[in-house]
Design a protein around this ligand. Sequence first.
Ligand SMILES: Nc1ncnc2c1ncn2[C@@H]1O[C@H](COP(=O)(O)OP(=O)(O)O)[C@@H](O)[C@H]1O
Ligand SMILES: [Mg+2]
Length: 260
Amino acid sequence: MSEKIERVKTGVSGLDDILHGGIPRRNIVLISGGPGTGKTIISQQFLWYGLQNGEPGVYVALEEHPAQIKQNMRQFGWDVSIYEKKNMFDIIDAFTGGIGEYAKKLRYVVPDPTDVGYLSDVLRDAIKDLGAQRPVIDSVSTLYITKPSVARGVIMQLKRVLSGLGVTAFLVSQVSVTERGFGGPGVEHATDGIIRLDLDEVDGELKRSLIIWKMRGTSHSMRRHPFDITDKGIIVYHNKVLKIRRTEVIESSASSEEEV
Ligand SMILES: Nc1ncnc2c1ncn2[C@@H]1O[C@H](COP(=O)(O)OP(=O)(O)O)[C@@H](O)[C@H]1O
Ligand SMILES: [Mg+2]
């Protein structure tokens, strides 16, 4: 690649290869997929890689308790507590509603997650305080779950905040098991990139794969790549392709990344 754009490495093994070097800096990327496809883990791995390389991050928790998020991350060896102490990482609690002893000790709390204006303000403050370069919102779907018609507007509102701060963000988007879309009308148009994660049942076994559906500012693999979740996080097989034809799935080795 001769282009000289600045790229942000995801740190996810194999993913930077299929992105031809990483995500173009400042892209707002939708991580779209059904339940259990690895959206949360891939986002946490992206954050963790940043922390280890001196890039602060912030995690907006909309679906899980902040304590549970930290506990899950520790299972992969991603202990964020040292970075919290260094003021390089924090969780914005948009889950507990500010209720309980735990929430009282937190610095960033959003009592009502449907108040996107308030959430945007807290997010902006946190990014500025921490100098965060890698924000993750998990998930944006929670922000418009009761009102899908506002989905695109919500994403645009968040994008305006994030773009102004020059960060490279992951927005997690839930889709139902059978949906072929990206979660919410129009959200796919409002983001700079889409990474779609899938689980498909083949011969009684679930197979994981991902595909870069869109990534502004770069060429990328157009293939569906199998991946695994391991004790150390996600490994994408950048030189393998998963072919899905109706219910039949064939895994094969791709000879190269060149498109034919
Ligand atoms: N240590 C692990 N090793 C292998 N797979 C794991 C491990 N921990 C979690 N998983 C898998 O990851 C899935 C959850 O991934 P997650 O990122 O939370 O999904 P979601 O897309 O719903 O956010 C689990 O259903 C399980 O299949
Ligand atoms: Mg999740």
